[in-house]
Design a protein around this ligand. Structure first.
Ligand code: DQA
Length: 146
């Protein structure tokens, strides 16, 4: 059974409260429930991790190296500038899918660039919480084909 780690970065614990017109009305817990249902239907094992702290996200990625088959990550704002997060993803050599709830290309200039995209197998941006479901399908397909 494929084991997928789902990581959410800074401020994503505030979903459901924070800028609902951009990120939607669901809380992170409600989004995770939707992902859980999808994982069950795909017989995938999943674990969730959220932190507002860059080093904790990096430590979790390092831990994932030996016990997961893939990673789905919404890096929040760190995706736009954290070379350390980028290097951690590269270091663990696991397939990684980048997710953004909002369409980062339709927003402020500083959001239109991701430093982690080059070390991810793909990016999903703009589909709200459904982006995580799409990412799960994509990563499972990728792992199977590998
Ligand atoms: C985000 C987009 C980022 O620019 C922002 O800093 C976030 C959320 C998204 O999911 O759309 O925190 O990653």
């Amino acid at each position: 059974m494929a084991k997928i780690l789902i990581i959410n970065g800074p401020n994503l614990n505030m979903l459901g409260i924070r800028a609902k017109q951009i990120y939607g009305a669901l809380s992170l817990e409600q989004i995770n429930d939707e992902i859980k249902k999808s994982a069950e239907s795909h017989s995938a094992e999943i674990e969730f991790f959220q932190s507002n702290i860059e080093g904790e996200l990096i430590n979790k990625l390092h831990e994932a190296y030996s016990c997961f088959n893939g990673v789905i990550i919404n890096p929040g704002a760190y995706g736009h500038y954290s070379i350390a997060l980028r290097d951690a993803i590269e270091a663990i050599s696991l397939p990684c899918v980048e997710v953004h709830l909002s369409n980062i290309y339709a927003r402020e200039e500083f959001r239109r660039h991701s430093v982690i995209s080059p070390v991810c197998i793909g990016q999903i941006s703009g589909f709200g919480y459904y982006g995580y479901i799409l990412a799960l399908q994509a990563i499972l397909k990728h792992i199977k084909a590998d």
